[in-house]
Design a protein around this ligand. Sequence first.
Ligand SMILES: [Zn+2]
Length: 623
Amino acid sequence: MTLDPKIRPNHLRRAAVVYVRQSTLHQVRGNRESGERQYALVGRAKALGWPAAAVQTIDEDQGRSGARAEQRQGFKKLLAEIGAGQVGLVLALEASRLARSSLDWHRLVEICVVTDTLLADETAVYNPRDPNDRLLLGVKGTLSEAELFTLRCRLHEGRWNKAKRGELANSLPVGYVRTEAGAVVKEPDRQVQARLSYVFERFAELRIARRVLLHLLEEKLTVPTKVWGGPRHGTIRWKVPTSSDIMRLLHNPIYAGAYVYGQKEYDPFDRSPSNGKAKTKARPVAEWPVCLRDVYPAYLSWDQFTSNQQILHDNWFRHGSRGAPRNGRALLQGIVRCGRCGSRMAVFTYSTKEKRAPGYGCVAAYQNGAAATCQMMSSAPVDAAVTELFLAAVTPAQLDIALHALDQYETEQAEAQRQRQMQVEGAEYEVEIARRRYEATDPANRLVAAELESQWEQALRHRDQLRREADECERRTDQTLGAADRARVRQLAGDLATVWHAPTTEMADRKALLRFLVHRVYLDGVTEAGQIRITVEWHTGARTSVTVPRPAVGAHAPKTPERAVERIRALCPGHDYATIAGILNREGLKTAKGLSFDQFSVRYVVRSRGWNRGESTLREAEV
Ligand SMILES: [Zn+2]
């Protein structure tokens, strides 16, 4: 029934001992984590098949700094028990490392051999009678790679263990302070408390973050924030709110009293080529790996919080501000800037049913409370013009030059790689020499053997480090070289325009190609009436400008029938959207797409015409 074939009935008949070891008091205090993990080995003993009653913990050495066994009562007790044949399994953290590093553990392993006692750590069970396992416990356990690995595991698991207990110190947002005793309490400044509660209450009422923001701006209400860094670090600063201030408050589960860890998922295999950071993805509330409720004093209830997340999520998608980033139809996604204010422009997509080209919009100011967006336009004429400029710029001769440069780069990289490989081979040779020297010594001559062993280990470590570096460089080279891009470009060199327009060419490919030459594109659809001025900034720094006529707003979109529009205008003051929709439907009126009205389609008509519903003082300028 046990999982490990090394464990036999005669082991299970005896006890399993968890040996908790930590050398200094300082470590006990500073590194409780490791202690926790050591005690977790009790669970492992049970998992390996020992009944709970047969698992004992020897931890009398906690906080004892003595390096010698005579001073450590626990260790002595352990040896005595093993010697008496009472123990079937000894569990300790990183048994292999301990077995190598200390004389005590050499003794322990020897006794284990005599009494047929197994050793185990978090990852493996070792039978000291088995030559392979002894090797593992001895030399192999010292390989730097393994050491690094365990170190990393220790850090990583340590964090998670701490987080699971809610003890991983998180930085507290505004509204909370940590007392000297370490407890977290609400910010004693009542004004801060009151303003935060006010924001949550307004959101419960208005249900749109932007409206909360507008409300605060209108009422000239500031919000508290915490200063990060600098001499005033940690103090409260009152400021005019921005949308991100509001979003931060609404999204942070701590305000609902919860301790959360792992809200974001990191993908270590998908790193940004520019800064090497792993890409992150927010996990939905239900999938947060650590979520402890009622840990902190709350500003809103948990139910309120989860409902807020749902509302925010829905709003976000209704506004369509995100869309599919990679396969989206907007060619300039990610490289388009506002030609008026320089802000990054967002891509607005519509449902696929509408067959409308996505739009480019400069909405940064709007999100921060301005009455209207800076500018919005359809992507169709812009993308067409940029494509034309791009295809004209990329002549076969230019592509040849680009590819030639890449080839040269590749040759250099190959040479560097060869050099690294030679270094590794050299290190390999050193390891071999060290190994032979070690094996040639008389084991009786312990001091010499130990010295040679350590030289051997050093050589191994050096070689492994070089190998790792070489691997790392190769991986990086692969990324920067963009082998796939290059192959694609070469393929395209023949007839770029044909391939560009081919239905089989993916939008993502076009974007990649475009970014090969284009750094940014600036759009200005306001300065010249009825025109969009497009300025392409090439990677070389040169700029090319072109002006295209701007299609009338919604020129290609189906229109809401005039009769319905008139009814909505008449009903608008004094009725809410849902009521208006009901009236229109009873009167048999249809939307632009020939569907029944609902509150959203009514709202769209009202807002797109800038009408005021009368009962609200809020500016309703959403597009
Ligand atoms: Zn702008």
